[in-house]
Design a protein around this ligand. Structure first.
Ligand SMILES: Cc1cc2nc3c(=O)[nH]c(=O)nc-3n(C[C@H](O)[C@H](O)[C@H](O)COP(=O)(O)OP(=O)(O)OC[C@H]3O[C@@H](n4cnc5c(N)ncnc54)[C@H](O)[C@@H]3O)c2cc1C
Length: 509
């Protein structure tokens, strides 16, 4: 029997993971990537001797990555080394308070006791809750496709028991009283684009997941992990084509038959896995396909996660008081998030994530220098349609002033190189709807069955993987979505082959 051909559109972590699983399962798989490098949001910039990972830096749940190598009978350690990062985060507030966030329970409780003794018991309660959510939401459901009501019905008792209708912030506040500690234990949902005030409390599982396995950084940067996955995929016989934007998915009589590149070249295939933005896929790649109309209408009604403004910079000096991952809270929490998610305002104050990877791997900067990026959550373009080409450089200067005044003395004079990435770049470079950095918002009514399914209901041979599908954004999320998608493909094609075999037997009987 000839091998079925799979086209994967996009080489984000989800696309790479799906492609590896399909190729290992016997599909002839080709990845088509629009940009000149693989990785999607995990792109890499090399500039003036500095290496900048563009996106994900907090690598958690290493086992879901290890599994990708295991399906190919390989050992991840022979491809890339994951360095443990400690503390997980160094957290700063404007009033001078700082916190070393890690999996060291005694050290965590000692710090909490110094800030708010009555919250130690609440922290333990929060830990127990997030562990329970982790078992139900991650271990049991993260890799399971929600393609019908019965799969959702099976999850409902757990969701009710865990009060998933409550927000992350409400759940944290139920356990913890001190305002700073409420911020500390609720910010994690921002890592996957969710407002802690509206994101389902299921996302508290991230803190459990970090405690269980730790936080890691690949030696050589996140780009080294992307390269390891590409190497594995190629060794399996897979084909990856860069600078190859797909303009259209071809369907005939409700079935996928190929893709067309932006230069007009047609490639036949038996199935497509789209790792591209879900709205881009339904609106642009399936433009004119009437079977996609219902999903187009549905996606127009849904809400999208925040965007990000990212400033990458190299400094000619070091800042030893910073950790690898730094979270810097500004003067407002609820107010600032309201500006980002509801009011669509570009605020004058900031809450920032500051990445200093040369703390873990000095090779990412020239000798005596340090590599950084700082990201600020900002509204997506649907809420704040400003001209970022004009606003971006000014906004970057304001962030540098803020960092210099409070955390990084002498920064302006020390900057050797810099570049920015704005919501317009998310839209134009990555085809991200409204320039969202994380696709669909992780709200309860947009999760699991209510998110974009890993398999389209009406177009045979069309599958999805990545941040817009179940379970959602973040590296573990999209890598798990690939497991769900690849399982569906395997089931569908096994059934098709069985039917074909039956027909063959019958006709020759
Ligand atoms: C700045 C930033 C920091 C983050 N930090 C973390 C973190 O620390 N930890 C974490 O776990 N997560 C983090 N995330 C989230 C995480 O990076 C993403 O959720 C995840 O990487 C998305 O993967 P994906 O599979 O959805 O694909 P994407 O990375 O979105 O890739 C999709 C790919 O499809 C390509 N494409 C689009 N349209 C086409 C087309 N028509 N033809 C061909 N190719 C196309 C794009 O070029 C892109 O390469 C971060 C995100 C950002 C933006």
């Amino acid at each position: 029997m000839t091998r079925a051909r799979a086209a994967v559109i996009g080489s984000g972590f989800g696309g790479l993971a799906a492609a590896i699983r399909l190729q290992a399962a016997g599909f002839d798989t080709t990845i088509f990537e629009k940009r000149d490098l693989p990785g999607g949001r995990a792109y890499v910039y090399r500039q003036d001797g500095f290496t900048f990972d563009a996106g994900p830096t907090v690598i958690t749940a290493p086992d879901c990555l290890r599994e990708l190598f295991a399906v190919a009978d390989k050992n991840m350690d022979e491809y890339v080394r994951l360095l443990p990062v400690r503390p997980f985060y160094r957290v700063f507030w404007q009033d001078g308070l700082a916190f070393e966030y890690s999996d060291d329970t005694d050290a965590m409780e000692a710090q909490i006791a110094r800030i708010s003794p009555c919250d130690v018991a609440g922290y333990r309660k929060f830990r127990d809750y997030s562990d329970a959510v982790f078992r139900a939401g991650y271990e049991r459901l993260a890799h399971v496709p929600f393609v019908d009501w019965t799969s959702m019905a099976r999850a409902v008792p757990d969701l009710v028991r865990l009060k998933a209708y409550r927000s992350v912030y409400r759940m944290v506040s139920h356990c913890i009283r001190h305002q700073r500690l409420r911020e500390l234990f609720s910010f994690h949902s921002l890592l996957v684009g969710g407002n802690p005030f509206t994101t389902t409390s299921i996302y508290t599982l991230i803190s459990s997941l970090e405690r269980k396995w730790g936080v890691f950084f690949p030696q050589g940067g996140t780009g080294a992990l992307v390269q390891a996955l590409v190497k594995l995929f190629k060794e399996l016989g897979g084909d990856i084509r860069l600078d190859s934007e797909i303009a259209r998915i071809i369907t005939e009589a409700g079935r996928v038959t190929g893709v067309v590149g932006s230069a007009g070249k047609r490639e036949s295939c038996d199935l497509v896995v789209s790792n591209a933005d879900v709205v881009h896929t339904y609106e642009t790649l399936l433009d004119g396909e009437s079977r996609a109309a219902r999903m187009r209408r549905k996606l127009r009604r849904m809400s999208y996660g925040m965007s990000l403004f990212v400033l990458y910079f190299g400094a000619r000096r070091s800042y030893p008081h910073l950790a690898h991952h730094n979270v810097i809270f500004g003067p407002r929490y609820r107010g600032l998030l309201g500006d980002v998610f509801r009011r669509g305002r570009l605020a004058d104050d900031f809450s920032l994530y500051l990445h200093a990877p040369s703390r873990s791997d000095p090779t990412l900067a020239p000798p005596g220098c340090e590599t950084f990026y700082v990201l600020s959550p900002v509204p997506h373009l649907g809420k704040l349609p400003i001209n970022w080409r004009v606003e971006g450089p000014r906004y970057a200067d304001t962030i540098v002033d803020y960092l210099e005044a409070r955390y990084m003395p002498g920064l302006k004079a020390a900057i050797a190189t810099r570049r920015i990435f704005t919501p317009e770049d998310f839209r134009d470079e990555l085809n991200a709807h409204l320039g969202s950095a994380f696709s669909l918002e992780p709200r309860l009514h947009q999760s699991a069955y209510f998110r974009v399914h890993n398999r389209d209901k009406r177009i045979r041979g069309l599958y999805f993987v990545g941040a817009g599908t179940h379970p959602g954004a973040g590296v573990p999320g999209v890598v798990n979505s690939a497991k769900a998608t690849a399982a569906l493909v395997a089931i569908d094609f096994a059934a098709m082959n069985a039917r074909a075999t039956q027909r063959t037997k019958f006709s020759y009987a």
